[in-house]
Design a protein around this ligand. Structure first.
Ligand code: HSO
Ligand code: ZN
Length: 435
């Protein structure tokens, strides 16, 4: 029976690479029916504004709002949410927010400039985006922690107006989500969701100001809408299922490792949890822990499906091989559950977040260690980074030529301009040549 719990692989098997590829394969669903529904919603909101948003919201979320005003959460309601959660919950949100804030402050980019010998000044000026939209899903995947992880960096960056949209099916809203928004400094909350909310943020309506960037996770309709409005506005990455990869030397309590694997597996059926270890007997022990602990989870069905379809316990020759396999996978989360993780760190090339040592379970990073939990998934850690303050800042180049500098540069520019047959460029430069 335990054989069906989770796949066992050995990196020395001749078909290992192929088996691993099969395990990693994950197709982002692109559905033409969804695309055409979304297209219509985008078009309606773009052309009819609030009226269309109101209609779609009443229909999809079973609301009966007569005007957009009824869908806007007032400042009082937002503050009030803080009294609807327990003092313990409030404290936990506050501590997490504060830790996320202080970590992210380190990411602030600053403007810089330098002066050349002839007095010409060159540099880069950093500025924050003016308006950002944060999408928060409704229902079970409505995570207060994700509100903090998206909103705090935006506010640290200096975004002027952060608008959060969150659907309230049947008028139901999570007080924890609202409280997280209040603590993170979200400026405005509107209870709309789906493609209609993305469209409202991207195009603007009578009551909703058009934003410069839309961030936050959502279902396939939301993801499809975000892809469609990209270009019109910036978007964050479109996240795939959660992943964890653990490299263990075989000396961590197997129950701890089993639970670390579950912590991602319980997110959804497509989530991926993989353990790499050189000790086959240790893998047996973890498998036994999995068998014993899995039925005790409240989300045991989701975790069981995830482990069965996409999980693996992999025997490697040594820790070096584990690092090699891990770099090939480029996991979202990587735990180095070994005695001396710092020895391995320089060898890790691709991973969204690296959790070092036996006392750093991924779950702490999900909530309150400080770093962001919005991370590159599905191997995209090869070329992208965690969500951060820099995602809400942008750069402008600064050039200030001295008269002497302009004279010298203009000689170069005019030669290049004439070779491109751009007469006005050449003459504009030549006016500045001193003779
Ligand atoms: N592990 C998720 C984030 C999260 N976990 C939210 C708990 N709540 C990102 O992969
Ligand atoms: Zn998580």
């Amino acid at each position: 029976m335990s054989e069906t719990l989770i796949t066992r692989l050995d990196a020395s098997q001749s078909d290992f690479k192929q088996r691993l590829d099969e395990l990693l394969a994950w197709e982002s669903v692109s559905d033409t029916r969804v695309a055409s529904v979304v297209d219509d919603i985008l078009h309606q909101v773009k052309t009819r504004g609030d009226a269309a948003v109101l209609e779609f919201t009443n229909k999809f979320d079973r609301r009966s709002a007569k005007s957009m005003d009824e869908l806007v959460v007032t400042a009082d309601q937002l503050k009030n949410a803080l009294t609807q959660i327990t003092p313990e919950q409030r404290k936990a949100l506050e501590v997490a927010a504060e830790r996320i804030r202080s970590y992210h402050k380190h990411q602030l980019q600053t403007s810089w400039k330098y002066t050349e010998a002839d007095g010409t000044v060159l540099g880069q000026q950093i500025s924050a985006m003016e308006r950002v939209g944060l999408y928060v899903p409704g229902g079970k995947a409505s995570y207060p922690s994700s509100v903090l992880m998206n909103a705090v960096p935006a506010k640290v960056a200096g975004v002027d107006e952060l608008t959060m949209v969150v659907p309230a099916p049947d008028g139901e809203l999570s007080p924890m989500v609202l409280a997280a928004a209040a603590i993170a400094g979200v400026d405005r909350v509107i209870t709309i969701g789906g493609a209609q909310a993305v469209a409202a943020l991207a195009y603007g309506t009578e009551t909703i100001a058009k934003v410069d960037k839309i961030v936050g996770p959502g279902n396939i309709y939301v993801a499809t809408a975000k892809r469609a409005v990209f270009g019109q506005v910036a978007i964050d990455m479109i996240a795939g299922p959660s992943e964890i990869l653990v490299i263990c030397d075989g000396l961590t309590d197997p129950d701890w490792i089993a639970m670390d694997l579950f912590s991602q597996a319980e997110h959804d059926e497509q989530a991926q949890a993989i353990l790499l270890c050189p000790d086959a007997e240790y893998l047996d022990k973890v498998e036994a822990s999995i068998a014993r602990l899995l039925p005790t989870l409240s989300r045991n069905e989701i975790a069981t499906t995830s482990l069965k379809n996409r999980g693996a316990l992999i025997k490697v020759a040594d820790i070096e091989e584990a690092v090699e396999v891990s770099n090939r996978i480029a996991p979202e989360h990587l735990e180095l559950s070994v005695a001396d993780p710092e020895l391995l760190l320089p060898k890790i090339r691709h991973a969204g977040a690296i959790f070092m040592g036996r006392f750093t379970p991924e779950a702490l990073g999900d909530y309150c260690a400080g770093p962001n939990h919005v991370l590159p998934t599905s191997g995209t850690a090869r070329f992208s980074s965690p969500l951060g303050v820099y995602d809400f800042q942008k750069r402008s180049s600064i050039i200030m030529c001295s008269a002497a500098g302009a004279s010298e540069l203009s000689k170069v520019a005019s030669v290049l301009a004439r070779s491109e047959y751009l007469e006005a460029h050449a003459r504009s430069a030549e006016y500045r040549i001193k003779d």
